[in-house]
Design a protein around this ligand. Structure first.
Ligand code: ATP
Length: 511
């Protein structure tokens, strides 16, 4: 642009002849252009200065934030070094805990070895104990108290049940009822050893030519209780067996004998504390023992049922129904080797009072039927069953067992009763179920492959409680009156057959 005036100047010189006026206006024009250019440059400079100022401001801000970030970085660095120190401390502690762990592990191993050797010692002591036990029955009681000691509870169970096995898984106790006037009949003799009973019969000589002949029938059982034996004494002798039910063994106890011989008194007793029978005493013992075992992590559930077997039909004795209400049919079924009765009332119980309530309801139900059927309770079997389930979560153990307490129907023979009609039908049903009971026990003793449980409702019902995996106790109740001689002899003969049976070793129902 600046060369233009020079070129113009040249042109001016070349056109000097064109006149001085034309030359002056050209210079003014150039000056105006130059001034415009200067103003533009000045504006540009001004813009640059504004921009420079803004950049400087920005620079200042950036410098400030860099300084701030540096300070923050410094803080974080010092924090990291603090964390590192802390980490060092934790590492040290971890090393210490690991070495402590190693020491504890070796101590644990040493204790395990000690436990093994003590177990061995305990086994030796057990064998010694059993030897002593055979010579000193009192030891049983002392040992039964072992359940008060939390330690060694499993060992107590094992030893307790070994003792029971040694005593036999089927046992027979004989109990003689007192005469109404007290004392014992002349024809019954009890030995001082508490395990035999003799029935003596004198055959009078009718011709008078011969002297009277006395015939003695002696029977031995696990225990024979005389008329003076209290309910407490009877129960003490069987309480170890009841304890087995809590340890996972099926236990069956039944009372056999003629009408009026004391079966119901033995099994149920009455409301007076000292006269309470086997059922209330058993549940009382079980509930108490379960309470004690709770401290060792055991949790028990008890489910009760009460059934009557009359003329081969089952009746729920715990049903609260009006006289007119239709009672549902009860049917015995086996599922997974467990006997269950459809439509039966099963009640969860946890206190003795509840069981006494159920017993009262059962006896009320029985007596209601009795007025219609006349003396029905003597002619029916009553079966109290308590299903027991014990769980110990800590030890991962679960036991399941059933306690059956049976009051059998009177065992009178048909000949004597001279029964007719309905009574004949009843007697046939009773005799058939009682003889089936004998057949089942004998088949079990002979280890026969087929056990005819289903031949009668009673044995079918008791299937779970009778057999290889159970402990059985039979009471043979004897009426002491002289006119009951034949019936007593009959009962003792049946009991003696049962006594000769040896049922295989029972094992706890661990699930
Ligand atoms: N050991 C005993 N001590 C005192 N009284 C007894 C004894 N045994 C039975 N009795 C009494 O004898 C009577 C008959 O006993 P119980 O009712 O127990 O006989 P049962 O065999 O059950 O008869 P049923 O077959 O008719 O049911 C009752 O009054 C009972 O209280």
């Amino acid at each position: 642009v600046l060369s233009t005036p020079a070129k113009g100047g040249n042109r001016t010189q070349c056109a000097a002849s064109s006149g001085a006026k034309a030359g002056g206006s050209g210079a003014r024009q150039n000056l105006g252009v130059l001034r415009g250019l200067v103003r533009q440059k000045e504006r540009e400079i001004n813009d640059y200065q504004v921009k420079l100022k803004a950049v400087r401001e920005e620079n200042k801000i950036l410098k400030h934030s860099v300084a701030k970030m540096n300070a923050e970085l410094e803080t974080q660095r010092s924090q990291i070094s603090e964390y590192q120190k802390e980490l060092e401390g934790i590492k040290e502690k971890l090393d210490k805990v690991s070495s402590e762990c190693a020491v504890l592990e070796s101590k644990y191993k040493a204790m395990e070895a000690l436990r093994d050797s003590q177990e061995l010692e305990l086994q030796t002591l057990t064998t010694r104990f059993l030897v002593v036990f055979f010579f000193c029955p009192l030891q049983i009681k002392v040992f039964a108290q072992g359940d008060e000691l939390p330690a060694g509870e499993m060992e107590r169970r094992r030893l307790h049940n070994t003792i029971q096995e040694l005593k036999g898984n089927i046992r027979v106790f004989c109990r003689v009822r007192p005469l109404v006037a007290g004392g014992l009949s002349q024809h019954i003799q009890l030995s001082g050893s508490d395990n035999s009973i003799t029935l003596a019969k004198t055959d009078e000589s009718h011709t008078g030519k011969m002297t009277d002949v006395q015939k003695n029938y002696t029977f031995s059982f696990d225990r024979v209780f005389g008329p003076q034996a209290s309910q407490q004494e009877i129960f003490e002798e069987m309480s170890l067996l009841i304890q087995s039910a809590l340890d996972g063994y099926n236990v069956c106890c039944f009372a056999y004998g003629q009408t009026g011989s004391g079966k119901t008194y033995t099994m149920q007793g009455d409301e007076v504390e000292t006269r309470k029978g086997v059922i209330p005493r058993s549940v009382q013992q079980l509930f108490k023992a379960a309470d004690k075992l709770a401290a060792q992590g055991w949790e028990f559930t008890f489910t009760a049922s009460f059934i009557e077997v009359y003329n081969e039909t089952l009746r729920d004795l715990l049903l609260h129904t009006g006289k007119c209400a239709k009672k549902p049919d009860l049917e015995i079924k086996t599922t997974n080797n467990e006997v269950i009765i459809t439509n039966l009332t099963y009640k969860k119980v946890s206190a003795e009072d509840q069981v006494l309530g159920l017993m009262a309801l059962a006896s009320q139900n029985r007596s209601t039927a009795q007025t219609a059927q006349n003396d029905r309770s003597s002619r029916s079997h009553s079966v109290f069953q308590l299903a027991i389930e014990g769980v110990n979560v800590g030890r991962d153990v679960k036991y399941k067992s059933t306690l059956c307490l049976v009051d059998l129907a009177g065992s009178e023979r048909m000949v004597k009763s001279q029964s007719q009609g309905e009574r004949f039908k009843e007697m046939t049903a009773i005799n058939s179920s009682l003889s089936n009971l004998g057949i089942v026990i004998t088949a079990l003793a002979n280890k026969e492959s087929y056990i005819p449980y289903r031949n009668s409702k009673l044995t079918y019902l008791l299937q779970g409680c009778l057999g290889g995996n159970s402990k059985t106790l039979m009471f043979v109740n004897i009426a002491p009156e002289p006119h009951s001689f034949a019936e007593s002899l009959n009962s003792l003969r049946f009991a003696s057959k049962v006594n000769d049976c040896v049922i295989g070793t029972a094992s706890a129902n661990k699930i």
